[in-house]
Design a protein around this ligand. Structure first.
Ligand SMILES: NC(=O)c1ccc[n+]([C@@H]2O[C@H](COP(=O)([O-])OP(=O)(O)OC[C@H]3O[C@@H](n4cnc5c(N)ncnc54)[C@H](O)[C@@H]3O)[C@@H](O)[C@H]2O)c1
Length: 294
């Protein structure tokens, strides 16, 4: 099926990013949020970002202007009626996502694909709120969406080949590389692997084996990673990663995903990473400075 009109639900960090890349690729995008303030803020961020891409010569001024013109912000879910594709990016909450999917099911066309940008909730469980689980698929974009190349495509238990193929074509058309996660397992692919490294890195720091700086240096210089696990945790948010670990643990009961005590204590203490200025590193000077000593 040909996708022309895209409807994005949620104008936060991810919804705004997905809207931006789709609009830059030439799609007509309607972006819906319940909050007008969130829509305004998101439009401001998108304008700033596309203009930055243009000033760096990554896109032309015309493309930047057209991208903004392609976006229609709305607070009305009913505007999804003529969308070929809906991408949901509301808060990571199963009840909310199921409510959104149920509502969309009564609005969109029969063959519209509905994608969820969940990080950790089962696609099958979200799809069960609709009467069209074959048309529901997981699309796990990475933050910041305009910069990060990867989009994981997740096949729910009943996702059809046609739905997966349509989503793959769409993701590639907006400049993303895809990997297909053929089974709807907790944590999908990248987090399933990445979080074991996060947990082990925190365990090593907690037991005094090495500082966060040396853990990160080891992974950067030894394995060629762009960032080490502690600095990545600070960037993503230690609370976000703790919840992701808990979600995988709840499903799998696999101890390697159990959030270490140090991780829990850091979240309780407000040491959540860059957003709170301190985590494994101290960002209060505007630079990444060492914070932990052994
Ligand atoms: N932040 C990340 O790095 C990241 C990465 C991958 C996936 N995700 C996932 O993407 C989703 C969105 O995350 P985010 O970081 O963009 O969240 P966010 O908090 O930045 O934005 C969520 C937005 O959803 C809106 N919203 C809530 N209920 C709504 C409704 N019924 N209809 C329309 N909008 C509604 C909120 O007003 C808010 O603007 C989550 O499922 C998250 O797990 C996040």
């Amino acid at each position: 099926m040909a996708i022309k009109k895209v409807f994005v639900v949620g104008a936060g960090l991810m919804g705004g990013g997905i809207t931006q890349v789709a609009a830059t690729a030439g799609y007509e995008v309607t972006m819906r949020d319940i909050s007008q303030e969130a829509l305004d803020k998101s439009m401001e961020t998108i304008e700033w970002s596309v203009n930055k891409f243009a000033s760096k010569g990554k896109i032309t001024e015309d493309v930047a202007r057209q991208a903004i013109a392609n976006i229609e912000p709305t607070t009305e879910m009913a505007d999804a009626a003529d969308a070929d594709l809906v991408v949901e990016a509301v808060f990571e909450n199963l009840k909310l996502k199921q409510e959104v999917f149920k509502e969309l099911d009564g609005i969109v066309m029969e063959d519209t694909v509905i994608a969820t940008n969940t990080s950790a909730i089962s696609v099958t469980t979200i799809a069960s709120a609709t009467g069209r689980p074959d048309r529901v698929v997981g699309t796990h974009f990475f933050s910041p969406v305009p910069m990060m190349k990867l989009c994981e495509l997740i096949r729910g238990l009943e996702t059809s080949d046609e739905t997966l193929a349509a989503m793959e074509e769409f993701a590639r058309s907006i400049g993303k590389e895809t990997v297909t996660v053929e089974k709807d397992v907790a944590g999908f692919l990248a987090n399933r692997i990445g979080l074991t490294a996060t947990v082990e890195a925190i365990n090593l720091v907690a037991s005094g084996v090495a500082t966060p700086q040396d853990v990160d240096k080891a992974m950067r210089l030894g394995f060629g990673h762009a960032m080490g696990p502690c600095e990545t945790a600070d960037l993503t948010g230690i609370d976000i990663l703790m919840h992701a670990c808990e979600a995988i643990y709840d499903e799998t009961r696999n101890e390697k995903y159990w959030p270490p005590e140090l991780m829990r204590r850091m979240v309780t203490a407000g040491l959540k990473g860059r957003k709170t200025k301190k985590g494994f590193y101290d960002y209060s000077s505007g630079k990444q400075e060492p914070y932990w000593t052994l």
